[in-house]
Design a protein around this ligand. Structure first.
Ligand SMILES: [Zn+2]
Ligand SMILES: [Zn+2]
Length: 405
C-alpha cells in the first residue's frame, strides 16, 4: 500500500475511526493531494475501504455540520436587517475551547504543522460568503467582520468598520469652531443658556460636513480629525487644512464623493468648504496629526498697536527666527505649562497707518501667532510688541496655507 496512507491509518487508529472527513482531511493536508479536505478524506476512504459518513467525530463534535444553509440564512437575514453594503469582509469565529484543544493535541501527537480547525472554519465560511455574495475576503482592512459564534446554536454578529474620508477644508466665516464644542455651562446635557442644544456654538466645521455623511451612510457617529486647528475667530484660507472624517458603523459605503462635495459646499456657501474628498485608510487619521520637522503654516495677521510705532523698527521683525514660547495663558487649562522653541521661517509686512500693519508669517507648526504679537505677558520671547516698543495685539488672523503631509 502507498506509504502516504500510513499517517491516515495511524490517525484512524488513534481516533478509533471516529473522525469526520473534514478533520481527517485537514490532518492530511500536507501528505495527500486534493483541492479540499473532504476530497483527501474520500481518497483515504476509497483506498482503505472504509466509510466515514455519519461518524461522530471525537475531534470536532461534528462542528462542520453547523456550516450549513441555516447558517448562511442567518447571515443573510442579518445583512438584510442591517441593510448594509460591503465589498470586503473578514470572518472570525468562536469555537469551543475543548474542540480546539483536541485538534491541537492530535496535530502535536503526529508532529503535524497543518491548518488549525479555527482557521479552516473561518476559511470555509469565507468561501461560502464569497460564493454567495461575490465579495472579497480581506485580512488587512475590511468593510465588515462576520463574527460567528459556533459554541452552541450558531449566532451571527456583524461588526461594521468605519469609513474614512480624507480631504481639506476652508473656513470662510469667523466664529465657527473646528469641532463640536459642548456647552460650557451644562457640559452638553442641554440647558437654557445653550437653548437646549448642548452646544456652545450652533455649528462647526465638523458638523457642517458630517451631518450630510451621517445621513447618507446611515452611520452611527462621526469623528473629525484635523491636521491641527485654528482658533474660532481665525479663517482657514488658501488650499485648506487636511482632515480625516471618520464615520462609525456606516450601512452605506458606496458614495459619489465628487457630487457630495459639490452639494455640501453649496449648502455651506460663505461658511465652510471641503475639497478633494476621497476614501482613505485608517492610518491616515494618525498620520495627518503628526507634525514632522518640515511641516509649516502661513498666516496673515492684522496688528494693532496702542500708539504710533517706529516704522524704522519694523524691519527688525523680518529677522525674527527662534521664539521661546511658554504655553499661552489662554490655553493653560488644556495644555501643560512649558517653554517650546519654535521658528519663524519667513515674515513680511505692510503698513496700513500709524498704528496698524499687516504681516505674512511662515512658521513651524505649533507656534502661537497671537502670543508672538502680544508677547503674552512676557511668555513669548522675542515678540512683536517688544521689538516695536509698543503694546501690540493681533486684531485679525487668517491661516493662508497649511503644508502637505
Ligand atoms: Zn471533525
Ligand atoms: Zn447648555
Amino acid at each position: 500500500m502507498d506509504k502516504m496512507y500510513e499517517l491516515a491509518k495511524k490517525i484512524l487508529e488513534e481516533t478509533d475511526g471516529k473522525i469526520c472527513k473534514s478533520c481527517l482531511g485537514r490532518k492530511l493536508s500536507k501528505t495527500i493531494e486534493g483541492t479540499n479536505n473532504i476530497e483527501r478524506a474520500d481518497k483515504v476512504c476509497k483506498e482503505l475501504d472504509i466509510d466515514l459518513e455519519g461518524v461522530e467525530c471525537v475531534v470536532c463534535d461534528n462542528l462542520f455540520d453547523k456550516l450549513d444553509d441555516d447558517l448562511y440564512k442567518k447571515l443573510d437575514d442579518k445583512i438584510n436587517q442591517l441593510g448594509i453594503e460591503f465589498d470586503t469582509f473578514l470572518v472570525g469565529s468562536k469555537i469551543d475551547k475543548d474542540i480546539q484543544k483536541r485538534d491541537e493535541e492530535l496535530s502535536e501527537k503526529f508532529n503535524l504543522s497543518v491548518e488549525t480547525i479555527k482557521k479552516e472554519v473561518n476559511r470555509l465560511i469565507g468561501l461560502g460568503i464569497w460564493e454567495r455574495y461575490d465579495k472579497e475576503a480581506e485580512f488587512e482592512s475590511q468593510d465588515i467582520v462576520f463574527n460567528i459564534d459556533l459554541v452552541s446554536e450558531p449566532k451571527v454578529r456583524i461588526q461594521i468598520n468605519p469609513l474614512y474620508i480624507e480631504g481639506k477644508y476652508n473656513k470662510l466665516k469667523r466664529g465657527i469652531p473646528q469641532t463640536k464644542w459642548p456647552c460650557t455651562k451644562c457640559k452638553g446635557r442641554g440647558c437654557e443658556e445653550c437653548n437646549y442644544t448642548g452646544k456652545q456654538y450652533p455649528e462647526s466645521v465638523e458638523e457642517l460636513i458630517s451631518e450630510h455623511f451621517l445621513k447618507l451612510t446611515k452611520g452611527k457617529e462621526a469623528k473629525f480629525h484635523g491636521a491641527g486647528r485654528e482658533d474660532i475667530d481665525v479663517l482657514m484660507l488658501g488650499s485648506g487644512r487636511p482632515f480625516v472624517l471618520e464615520i462609525k458603523e456606516p450601512k452605506i459605503r458606496n458614495l459619489d464623493l465628487a457630487k457630495l462635495e459639490e452639494e455640501i459646499n453649496k449648502i455651506n456657501e460663505g461658511k465652510t468648504s471641503y475639497h478633494n474628498l476621497h476614501l482613505c485608510e485608517r492610518r491616515r487619521k494618525a498620520e495627518i496629526k503628526q507634525s514632522s520637522p518640515d511641516t509649516y503654516k502661513v498666516y496673515q495677521a492684522s496688528v494693532k498697536c496702542d500708539e504710533s510705532f517706529d516704522k524704522d523698527k519694523l524691519g527688525e521683525l523680518t529677522k525674527l527666527n527662534e521664539i521661546h514660547q511658554q504655553t499661552p495663558l489662554r490655553v493653560l487649562r488644556r495644555r501643560a505649562d512649558k517653554v517650546r522653541i519654535k521658528h519663524v521661517l519667513d515674515l513680511s509686512y505692510e503698513i496700513v497707518d500709524d498704528t496698524h500693519f499687516t504681516m505674512i508669517i511662515k512658521t513651524e507648526g505649533g507656534l502661537y501667532i497671537k502670543e508672538l504679537i502680544s508677547g503674552d505677558e512676557g511668555r513669548s520671547h522675542p515678540n512683536v510688541g517688544e521689538i516695536l516698543g509698543v503694546n501690540a495685539v493681533c486684531e485679525q488672523l487668517d491661516v493662508i496655507e497649511v503644508s502637505e503631509k
